[in-house]
Design a protein around this ligand. Structure first.
Ligand SMILES: O=P(O)(O)OC[C@H]1O[C@](O)(CO)[C@@H](O)[C@@H]1O
Length: 452
């Protein structure tokens, strides 16, 4: 069973205040199930753990024989892929031998940056490379730009059977990518229509590249399914940690702490914090409201940001996450022969995992001592099963926090505006008014200058 523990004794909120949220949380949580059963836009992620993954496994098999795999996407069409890759494969995966790796080398084109594009091309033999192109809308400029440039390269290289090298994941009915896939007859998978990009990691969007890398995607889904069951069954603030965290976030936000520092003590979770940042920011930041996600990794940021966190303004809520047991651990010697190292005797007989968890406790204690609110989470270990549970937990937490904040957690009008301006500036037909508007803002910013 997926098990996550939340401790909130140092979160500096009156328990009675948290209980006030129970009624609305119960309604908001129930609405998620109703929305999903009615197929409402944005609610489809709720049922993703129960969707079959056989088709994904089949398509993954077709990609496994390539030497390299390039995944093209951005935002929700790439951050989850990076997160699964970093959490569940070897940190130096691409450098392992083919026998040690379970799939092709993996490269991500998640920005329209020519340096990144050309550097990835430097690393692969195009004739032995497979491609996954993901865009729910099939219109995102960055993704389409990478795709277009790559497609041209493939044609330039006169490679045979182009359609067999590429898999498209997009909306079932709309967008340029769907039309393109139909035209060339390549393999496709669907982004379910009522699942938004940032909630799509447990759909083909996130699962295909993971399956190619040999990740046990059935375990991810199993963990998510078990977590889902518990989250929707536990209808009281006392026994549902997601409800507590949502209420804590809301209470601190109302008290002016509208920033959430999420600090896992695991290097492998760096990309998880990036994935979470999109989920939290894009879902909750609207109508003048929002809680800014701040990414931190322990113990690295202990030596970078914690000075600010303990001694700076009291304007943040902290969430520390630790893993109880690590599959791999390093043990320090019992005794030392070198007198010069005597000052390190506190490490003797210990192991690196307990040391890391002591560091997390040290940060908690320092924050608590300086009067900052901290919540503490523990997960058993970062394997596919528990990661699936954790992903579902944070998706659910985000959705119910949106409910508490009275915002729609499933749209992103602010991002759409930027996309519209970008396309207009690039000369899209019919977007002349938007082009003028964007240009006038640029003129305005350039009206005052300082150059060195
Ligand atoms: O999958 P698409 O449609 O290319 O969108 C990519 C990303 O762009 C956004 O719409 C805005 O950045 C995100 O919500 C989404 O994850």
């Amino acid at each position: 069973m997926s098990r996550l523990k939340l401790f909130y004794g140092a979160a500096l909120v009156d328990e009675a205040k948290l209980e006030n949220y129970e009624e609305v949380l119960s309604r908001v949580s129930g609405d998620l199930l109703i929305g999903a059963s009615e197929g409402k836009d944005g609610y489809g992620w709720v049922d993703l753990p129960e969707k079959g993954h056989e088709q994904i496994i089949k398509v993954a098999e077709a990609l496994k024989s390539f030497d390299s795999l390039i995944h093209i996407g951005i935002g929700g069409s790439a951050l989850g892929n990076k997160m699964l890759f970093d959490c569940l494969t070897h940190p130096f995966y691409n450098e392992l031998s083919r026998e040690e790796r379970k799939g092709p080398r993996f490269y991500l084109l998640d920005n329209s940056d020519p340096h990144l594009f050309l550097s990835v091309l430097d690393m692969v033999d195009l004739s032995r490379t497979g491609f996954i192109v993901v865009s729910k809308s099939g219109t995102t400029a960055e993704t389409m730009a990478n795709f277009l440039a790559l497609w041209e390269k493939l044609k330039e290289n006169k490679l045979p059977n182009l359609a067999q090298r590429i898999v498209v994941i997009t909306d079932p009915n709309r967008g340029a990518l769907r039309k393109f896939a139909n035209e060339i007859g390549c393999l496709t998978l669907e982004v379910p229509q009522n699942v938004g990009g940032r909630f799509s990691v447990l759909s083909p969007v996130g699962l295909l590249s993971a399956a190619v890398q040999g990740v046990a995607i059935e375990e991810l889904l199993h963990g998510a399914k078990d977590m889902k069951k518990k989250l929707f069954e536990r209808n009281s603030i006392d026994n549902n940690p997601a409800w507590i965290l949502a209420a804590l976030s809301m209470e601190h936000c109302l008290a002016g702490r509208n920033m959430l520092v999420f600090m896992p003590y695991l290097s492998r979770m760096n990309s998880f914090t990036e994935w979470f940042a999109q989920l939290w920011a894009e879902s909750l930041g609207k109508d003048g409201k929002g809680i800014t996600p701040i990414r931190a990794i322990g113990a690295i940021d202990q030596h970078s940001q914690v000075q600010l966190y303990t001694s700076g303004p009291n304007d943040k809520l902290f969430l520390i996450l630790t893993e109880e047991k690590s599959k791999r651990n390093v043990f320090f010697p019992e005794k030392l022969e070198e007198d010069s190292l005597n000052s390190l005797s506190y490490l003797l007989g210990k192991d690196m995992k307990s040391m890391l968890n002591c560091e997390a406790q040290g940060t908690l204690a320092a924050l608590a001592k300086s009067g900052k609110p901290v919540a503490w989470m523990e997960m058993p270990n970062l394997d596919a099963y528990h990661l699936g549970g954790l992903i579902y937990f944070f998706e659910y937490l985000t959705a119910i926090t949106g409910g508490l904040m009275k915002v729609n957690p499933f749209d992103q009008p602010g991002v759409e505006q930027g996309k519209v301006y970008t396309r207009a500036l690039l000369g899209k037909e019919g977007a002349e008014t938007e082009k003028k508007e964007a240009e006038s803002y640029m003129r305005h910013i350039r009206s005052l200058a300082s150059v060195i």
